[in-house]
Design a protein. Structure first.
Length: 244
C-alpha cells in the first residue's frame, strides 16, 4: 500500500489561519509534514500554527515582495516540498457594478499571488527533485453564477493554470492539481442571507454544506504520494452539485 510520503516534508499553505486553508494545513501536519502557516495577519498565523505545531510566517500574497520573503524563510527551513495556495477573498457584485478595481483585487489575491508563490515554490522543488502543488479554486471557476464575475474569473484562471503548469513542470517532477469546493461553511460564507443559503442548499444532492475539514481529505491526497500519478487534475468537492 502506498503511504502519504508526507513525513518530514515541508508544506507551505497560504491563507491557512482559518477555514479551508487551516483544515488543509492541519491535515498535512497530521500526515507528518512540517507545515508553514501563512496569512496576512501575524497574530492569526501564530494562533493557528500553535494548534498543531506549525511554523507561522505572515504574508500578503497580493504583494510579490512579501511572497518572495516568505519563500526566503522557507528556504531556511529546507525548501518547499508541498505548496498549497488557499489565500482568498469573498464577496461579489453583479457585473454591471463590478469595476476594474474589484477585478484587480480579486486577481491579485486569488490568481496573481498564487502564481508568484507557485514560481517561488517550483524553484525550490526543482532543487529537491520535485514536489506537489495544490490550488484551491471553486466550482464558480468552472461555471457561471450571478454575482461572481470577479471571483469566478480569478478562480477560472487558477483552474486553467493547473493544466498549463502540470504540463510544463512535469519534467521537473512537480505535480500540480487543484480542488474546486462547492458551498463550504466558513467565515467567508457565514454572512450569506438565509434565502441565498437555502437556494444554494437546494441545488446540492447531499442537501448540506461541507465542513472545512471535508476539503482536507482531497487536498491531502493530492499532495501525497498516494496521488503520485495524478497531475493536471481539478477535483470537484461539491456534494454532487455539478453532477446535474
Amino acid at each position: 500500500m502506498i503511504g502519504t510520503g508526507l513525513r518530514g516534508k515541508i508544506a507551505v499553505v497560504t491563507g491557512s489561519s482559518r477555514g479551508i486553508g487551516f483544515a488543509i494545513a492541519e491535515g498535512l501536519a497530521a500526515g507528518g509534514a512540517k507545515v508553514v502557516v501563512s496569512s496576512r495577519d501575524a497574530a492569526s498565523c501564530a494562533a493557528a500554527a500553535e494548534r498543531f505545531g506549525g511554523v507561522p510566517i505572515a504574508c500578503d500574497v497580493a504583494d510579490d515582495a512579501q511572497v518572495e520573503a516568505l519563500f526566503g524563510k522557507v528556504a531556511e527551513l529546507g525548501g518547499a516540498d508541498v505548496f498549497v495556495s488557499c489565500a482568498g477573498l469573498g464577496g461579489g457584485r453583479l457585473a454591471a457594478k463590478t469595476d476594474r478595481a474589484e477585478l484587480q483585487t480579486m486577481l491579485d489575491v486569488h490568481y496573481l499571488g498564487a502564481m508568484t508563490g507557485a514560481r517561488a515554490a517550483a524553484a525550490q522543488m526543482r532543487g529537491k527533485g520535485g514536489g506537489a502543488m495544490l490550488f484551491v479554486t471553486s466550482i464558480w471557476g468552472l461555471g457561471g453564477a450571478t454575482g461572481t464575475l470577479a471571483y469566478g474569473a480569478a478562480k477560472a484562471a487558477l483552474a486553467h493554470s493547473v493544466k498549463v503548469l502540470a504540463l510544463e513542470w512535469a519534467r521537473d517532477g512537480i505535480r500540480v492539481n487543484a480542488i474546486a469546493p462547492g458551498y463550504v461553511e466558513t467565515d467567508m460564507t457565514s454572512e450569506l442571507p438565509d434565502a441565498a443559503r437555502d437556494k444554494m442548499l437546494s441545488r446540492i444532492p447531499l442537501r448540506r454544506a461541507a465542513r472545512p475539514e471535508e476539503m482536507a481529505g482531497p487536498a491531502t491526497f493530492l499532495c501525497s504520494d498516494a496521488a503520485s500519478y495524478v497531475t493536471g487534475h481539478v477535483l470537484v468537492a461539491d456534494g454532487g452539485e455539478r453532477a446535474r
